[in-house]
Each structure stands twice: as C-alpha cells, then as structure tokens.
Design a binder for this molecule. Sequence first.
Ligand code: GLA
Length: 521
Amino acid sequence: MRKWPLVVLGIVIAVLIVAHLSRAQNPAPRVHAADDALALTPPMGWYPWNEFGQEPQNEKLIKEIVDALVSSGLKEAGYAYIGPDEGICFSRDARGKLTSNLERYPSGLRGLGDYIHRRGLKYALYTDAGTRTCSKAMPGAKDHEFEDMEAFAQWRADYLKVDWCNTEGQDVVESYTKLRDALHAAGRPIVYSLCSWGEGEPWKWAASVGNLWRTTGDICSPGRADWGNAMKVAAANEKLYEAAGPGHWNDPDMMIAGMDGLSEAQNRSFFSLWCMMAAPLMAGNDLRKMTTATVQILTNLEAIGINQDPLGIQGRIVRRDGKVEIWAGKRLFDGSQAVLVFNQGAGPAQVQVAWQDIGLAESEALYVRDLWTHQTAGPHRGGISVTVAPKDVALLRVSKTNPFPVPAIVIVDSYLVSLRAAGRGAQKLTGAVTVKTNGSDELPLWKVRPALPPWLSVAVTRNGKSQTLTNTVSTAGLKKGFYHALVRADNIEPVSGRPMSALYYDVDLEITGGARGRARD
Ligand code: GLA
C-alpha cells in the first residue's frame, strides 16, 4: 500500500520528462514567414559551390557572376540571392570577431554586399553550425552564435546558409534553433537556409526554425554534374511534398542545369522538376558562359511561374508507367494545375494523361498550355495524349479558362539607397527604389511598415506595372556621422490582407563635416 505514492510520483516524473523531451524536439510551431514574411515563394538566385567549390572564389569572380546574372536576363526572371558559399573565407580575430579576408575580398564582405545590393540583388552568405566549416579552413559558429549572426547582419546579409560539418555531439534541432534565435537577436531579416543534408529530418521540425532545409546530401561534387545522383535527390525530395509551403521549403540543393555534361533535354527536365517541387531555384552553373538554350531554360517565366506560385504547393508523382512519371498535385493561384510528364527512358514515350490521374473530373473541358513550346490547346475532355522525347519532359498547365496568368515576379532596381550631405544646415535628399513585376499578374501596392527613423519618410507611387518607393531624408537636427535604416514593405494581397512578398532595402545616410566624408566600415 505504501508503495502507491511512489508509483504515482514515478508516473508524474515520467510524464514531465516525456513532455520536456517532446518540447525539445518539437519547438513551439512558429512559422518563420509569419514573423518576417521572408521566402514566401522559393528563393531564387545563384550559389557557386556546384561549379566552383571553394578554392577559386574571390571578389572578382563573384562580381563577374553578379554582372552576368544581370546581363543574361536572369535578374529580370527573378533570380536575386547571390554570394560566396564556403569560399567566403572569413576568419576570427583575437577578440573573437569574424573578419573579412581582404586578400580574397579587397572590398571586405560588407563592400561585396553593397555591390550586390546596388545591382538590385540580395546578398547570400555562408557559415557552419559546428566548430569548423566543411573544409576546416574557417571557424564555425558553435559557441559564437550571437556574435557571428551580428557580423552577418553588419555585412548586410539577406540570406544565410548554415552547413552541418564538424558538429560531433551537437543536437541538430537545438543547434539550428539557437542560431535562429541569434539571427533574430541580430535584428536583420535574413532568409535562413539549413544545410544538414536531411540529418535530423528537418522537414518534421524546421518550418518553425528556418525558411528552407536541405533534404539530401550534395547533388554533385564541384565541377562535375551528376545526372544519376540528381535523379536520386529528386526522388528523395519528392516524398516530402507535404512539408513545403510559403516561408518553409524542402531544398533538394542547388541546380545543376547548364553545367557541362548535360544535354538540353536534361537541363529542361531538371529545371521542370525543380519548378514542380517548389524547390529553391539557386542556379549552380557558370553564368558567364551559358548557351542560348541554357539561358532560355533558366529564364522561362511560365515555368518559373509554376515554381513561384504564391500557394507554394510542392507537386508529387501521381502515376508511374515504367520509365515515365506523371507529376501533379500542384494547384496554382488561379485555380489551374501544373502537370509534368517526365520520360526517363531511352526512347520517345506516347503518354495518355487522364484528368482523373491528376485529380480532376473526366467531364471537365480543360485548356492545356505547354510551358516549353508556349502553345495552348483545347479545351479537351477526359485527358490528353503527349509525346515526350527521351530524358525530356512536357510541362503543362491545365485550366478551365484561357489565358494563363503568370504570378507576380518581383524585380527591384536596387536594394541600397546611399545618400550623402555636407553637415551645414537642414537639407532634404531623396533616393528612389523601383519595383516591377515580370509576371502577367499585377502587383498589389506595396505597403511600407511603420517604425522608420524620424529622419526618413517613404512614399509609394504606382505607374502601370511598376511602383516607386521614394525615400526622403531630412537632415534637420542630425549631427555629422553615419545613419542607417532598413525599410520593410509588404506586398499585400487585397482579399486576405496577407503579405504576398516582402521587400527589404537599406538606406544609408552620411553627413560629412564639410568637403569630404570618412570611408565607411
Ligand atoms: C557542404 C554543403 C555544400 C557546400 C559545401 C561547402 O557539403 O552541402 O552545399 O556548401 O559543404 O564546403
């Protein structure tokens, strides 16, 4: 009898332990996107690892790729995030602070960011959650989480990939959660990209921690596109479709499309798969030497519209016939559906796609848009028949109505407004940021969030498909020195009031003592 209180106490303790453990593994659900409205559509950009690895990277290379991204038309198609991967080459100084390698990056990591921002692109940086980065050449963020995230914020990063090398003994959920808290403490809205290669099954918990998470190991070794491995990566990522959504994406790694060794059909297939999976579109090829066909593939706005669809649904395989896969399950914002027919076989395939295969009623009369030939057919009842060349795809959009809208694809002329005044007397200065869409769907008006510093005001005006954010600075009452503000604007969907995308840009103001100002950090 006297044992009962002990048994009850034991049960209570066990329940408390289980509750504690399950809390540790499932941090309170708090979707990142709800706070900062970042990555509401899959991030698009360029990252150097697949083509260059670590060694050849330096400021000159990254700037050349930035220029190629702009001149090739990739920027106009929505590619925005760019920066060094492990080639970032920082070190830690005697006081524990991360410092730029000025031999590799003579402008410093902040200067490289300014270059990228001035061209209307966003700055992507890299670190590791362990004690060292993968090559062991650089310090990881372990035990320096808060000061390192502060450094990334000061370098004006907009995106941070955090690798998982040299993390022996670390808990994956705790480590990435601590870094999230450190990023929040640093106060800059930064897209947070978890790179544990699927370790710890991030698709189960990372939606409340970061914006995207790698689901598999590396897609290739630097400089060597590996088609077979890419298909394994796609197969593993496909299964996780339920985890993806606005602000939290499965990441099957950077793209190999456009790298040496792949045919045009393989590039088209690869790109279509990544679009269908709502995967981040981080190009991994050398943008300075692309064929016309590669540029056309990477900038196909109708395919990108599938990837950037605001509903953020990840498509999946709904039928397999030998070497042919039919992908569907990707409803789009206008009520249409994306469908991918992928022929992995060695010969051409004649494929019947029934409306029932893709979850639609046989009696529906539907228009079919081929997103690679840009032709519309129909309306068809029951289904359609398509012929697909070997290793090639048909990427289709089916809809009750015609024409087919492409969602807003946001292009910005600059993410940095730099203003300078000599400090005698009050002055008014202005600098504009222009935003436009390359989609057929118009952008709702941007709404600037409050909490601007008293010296800055921002007005938004619309002119057709572009909008201008005019930043007016008043120097009255300001002393000599540097001032900085981060302007946040939301693109508000008129019906739900929910942000469709968020825009962040920096306003720098320098007030000099007279003729010449000091150099910035
Ligand atoms: C890991 C990542 C790669 C790349 C390298 C850098 O392997 O998965 O994407 O960042 O580290 O060393």
